[in-house]
Design a protein around this ligand. Structure first.
Ligand code: ACO
Length: 426
């Protein structure tokens, strides 16, 4: 703890209230307002714009400088030298694995890829046109029904097993959502494949035809998962922490994270990018949409441009842009009208004064939407892919919280309703 103290003077109070100032290893100092309740005050911060809700050692973001570190390692270095499963291990355990640790971890994830046969029965109850996120919220939460043997959250071994089960089974469930929507039989996982090869196999192969998964597409998928693996205390991660703080089981916590991610303001942006590209429809209409994006009286915004936190550049978008080029090249679809529109939009945004002045760069969702579309994944599955990638982050934050002394999350409020009144006599 630093020796710094903030002094809060309130009208009418004789003495200022001393508030300790805490310093992290990186980032701004934090004023500890925990003692204010005893003095009869709460703080007010809707949207938690100025509130650190916890102490964490997992991920650090400096939006102004375009920095994203997992356990201290920059995201671009992880994307280049690591892979998704190794990054999962890093997030969960704090250090990169040794060769034998990586092998053991990978084998454990492989071992847990199948879901209980009775889970297949759940799918029959969902309409074919159900949104895949609606199914994910249900089936991930339902996993807790199958693992009574290992639901003691105070037991570190149980927590580890739940983490491995979730990382292993969520791709299986995600692919099942897709197969259910198109009426094809579910594909069992293939444990001789890598994590992302197996996912693409379960998505696109059928019992009649098993095509070899392209290594470029498998790599692109792996990088998409890796780039989404964690993003500190975002809305879904905070939801997982809040749910977990009640002592509920990890499957219920991750299901609540999936529910929070579903919203268009969080996980739904890359789906919105695709919808926008379809709406533009033709290159000749790009100027019209750019003009609308700049028009103050028009609520339309270019989807996939700008970011709340990254004001100079999004380090994940830089990596994603390179992968996007490789995928479009591999599939030979650069001349597809949709991708031509995307390329033109990107060029205009990088050269146009309006976008430059406001630092509105293409964000990670812009490129991930294009890559997923090129791979043949329907846009309704995009948020599901995001939830798959974010699972290790959610689990790591849940585990970090449960491993230390913690309190149930219970925000307070600024009450603006009626004062006490009597029920009318009849
Ligand atoms: N298209 C056109 N103009 C934009 C856009 C856009 N996509 N984004 C921001 N602007 C303009 C605003 O009109 C505003 O202009 P003004 O200063 O002349 O009034 C200025 O840029 C600043 O905009 P804010 O809304 O203050 O920026 P904020 O940080 O609040 O918003 C956000 C960030 C929500 C991401 C916004 O840029 C946006 O709506 N983008 C499109 C949706 C999108 O891609 N979301 C995904 C984000 S990435 C992620 O979540 C992983």
């Amino acid at each position: 703890m630093s020796n710094k103290v903030a002094k809060l003077t309130l009208d009418g109070s004789a003495e200022p209230i001393d508030l300790p100032v805490l310093s992290g290893t990186l980032g701004p100092d934090v004023v500890d307002v925990g003692g204010l309740t005893a003095k009869g005050y709460f703080t007010y911060d809707p949207g938690f714009m100025s509130t650190a809700a916890c102490e964490s050692a997992i991920t650090y973001i400096d939006g102004g400088k375009g920095v994203l570190l997992h356990r201290g390692y920059p995201i671009d270095q992880l994307a280049e030298h690591s892979d998704f499963l190794e990054t999962c291990f890093l997030l969960l355990n704090g250090e990169l694995p040794s060769t034998s640790e990586k092998e053991e971890f990978t084998n454990s994830i492989r071992y847990h890829t199948m879901v209980h046969e009775q889970v297949y029965e759940f799918f029959k109850g969902f309409p074919r046109d159900a949104h895949p996120m609606a199914i994910m919220v249900g089936v991930v939460g339902a996993l807790s029904a199958f693992y009574h043997d290992a639901l003691d959250i105070t037991n570190a071994e149980h927590r580890k097993l739940a983490a491995h089960r979730l990382i292993a089974k969520i791709p299986t469930l995600a692919a099942m959502c897709y197969k259910h929507s198109i009426g094809q039989p579910f594909m069992y996982p293939r444990n001789d494949f890598s994590y992302s090869e197996n996912f693409l196999h379960m998505m696109f192969n059928t019992p009649c035809e098993e095509a070899k998964v392209s290594p470029i597409l498998a790599k692109a998928m792996d990088v998409i998962f890796l780039l989404h693996a964690d993003h500190e205390q975002n809305a879904s991660t905070s939801t997982v922490r809040l749910a977990g703080s009640t002592g509920t089981n990890p499957y219920a916590c991750i299901s609540s994270g999936i529910a929070a991610l579903w919203g268009p303001a969080h996980g739904g942006a890359n789906e919105a990018v695709l919808n926008m590209l379809y709406e533009i429809e033709d290159e000749s209409r790009i100027e019209e949409f750019i003009a609308r994006a700049k028009d103050k009286n028009d609520p339309f915004r270019l989807m996939g441009f700008g970011h709340r936190v990254y004001k100079n550049f999004d380090p994940r978008a830089k990596v994603m842009r390179k992968i996007c080029d490789e995928v479009l090249d591999d599939l030979g679809v650069e001349n597809d009208p949709l991708f031509r529109i995307a390329r033109r939009l990107e060029k205009i945004a990088l050269e146009d004064e309006y976008f430059i002045e406001r630092k509105l760069y293409p964000n990670v969702d812009f490129y991930s939407g294009i890559i997923l579309q090129a791979i043949g994944i329907p846009s309704s599955m995009f948020t599901v892919i995001f939830s798959l990638g974010r699972t290790p982050g959610w689990i790591s934050h849940w585990n970090e919280m449960i491993s230390q002394p913690y309190k149930i999350g219970r925000p307070r409020q600024l009450y603006k309703g009626s004062t006490q009144r009597d029920y009318p006599k009849k």
